[in-house]
Design a protein around this ligand. Structure first.
Ligand code: GRF
Length: 219
C-alpha cells in the first residue's frame, strides 16, 4: 500500500549520508514518503546542504543556545509537534533525548545504530568490534525508546570484519548496509507492515529473512 502523503522529519547532526540515501530512494520511487523537513542541532551540518539541494525545508535548533538539555528538548518537541510528521527519523542525530522529550512526543521515532544490536550500544562501535576480533559487525534500525539504543530492532544488516580493518574501513562497509536497510525500514513502516509482538518487530506478522535478525552476533 503506497501512501505518498506519509511524511517523515529527519533529525541530523552531521554529514547526512543516510539522509542522502533516503533522498535518493524517494527520488527513485523506492521510498514512497515525503521528507517534510530536516532538523539539525548543529549549524552548518553538511546534511542541511543535502536537504537544500533536494528542496527540503531545513531547520537548525542549536543545542548550544539552550541553558539545559530539557530546554533544548522542549524546543525540539514543540517544533516536531508543529510539523506533525507521521514518523520521526533519527539519522546521525548526536543528542541524547531526555525523558521530558518522550513525555511530549507521541509520534513513533526510529534510529539507525552502527552495530548489530544488542551488541555495542553507545559510541565507537567499529573500534570495539575490531578490538573484540568480532567476525561480523553491522547496523541496526530500531524504534527509539527512552533507554539508549535499546528499542525493538526492525532490521539489521551485517558485514564481515576483515583482519586488516581499521575503524574507518569497517565503517565504510557498514555504511553501505545502512543505506540499504534504513530506507527499507522506513518503507515498511510507511506501508503499515510493522507490528511489535512480545518486544519483537514483525513484518507482515512474521520475522522475515530480510530483517537479518538471524545474522551472526559478535562473539
Ligand atoms: C551513521 O553511521 C549512523 O549509524 C550513526 O551516525 C552515522 C550518521 O552518518 N547513527 P551520516 O550523518 O548519515 O553520514
Amino acid at each position: 500500500m503506497q501512501d505518498p502523503n506519509f511524511s517523515i522529519v529527519v533529525l541530523v547532526s552531521g554529514g547526512g549520508t543516510n539522509l542522502q540515501a533516503m533522498i535518493d530512494a524517494v527520488a527513485s520511487g523506492e521510498l514512497p514518503v515525503t521528507i517534510q523537513a530536516v532538523i539539525s542541532n548543529v549549524e552548518g551540518a553538511y546534511a542541511l546542504e543535502r536537504a537544500a539541494s533536494a528542496g527540503i525545508e531545513q531547520r537548525v535548533i542549536n543545542h548550544r543556545e539552550f541553558p539545559t538539555r530539557e530546554a533544548f528538548d522542549a524546543e525540539l518537541a514543540s517544533t516536531l509537534q508543529q510539523l506533525s510528521p507521521d514518523l520521526i527519523v533519527l539519522a546521525g542525530f548526536m543528542r541524547i533525548l531526555s525523558d521530558s522529550f518522550f513525555q511530549q512526543i507521541n509520534t513513533p521515532m526510529i534510529n539507525i545504530h552502527p552495530s548489530l544490536l544488542p551488541a555495542y550500544p553507545g559510541l565507537n562501535t567499529h573500534a570495539r568490534a575490531i578490538a573484540d576480533r568480532a567476525s561480523h559487525h553491522g547496523a541496526s534500525v530500531h524504534f527509539v525508546t527512552p533507554e539508549l539504543d535499546a528499542g525493538p530492532v526492525i532490521v539489521r544488516g551485517a558485514v564481515p570484519v576483515h583482519g586488516d580493518d581499521t575503524p574507518e574501513s569497517l565503517q565504510a562497509r557498514v555504511h553501505q548496509e545502512e543505506y540499504r536497510i534504513y530506507p527499507l525500514a522506513i518503507r515498511w513502516f510507511a506501508e503499515r507492515r510493522l507490528s511489535i509482538v512480545d518486544g519483537r518487530v514483525l513484518v507482515d506478522n512474521e520475522i522475515r529473512p530480510e530483517q537479518g535478525l538471524d545474522t551472526p552476533q559478535p562473539d
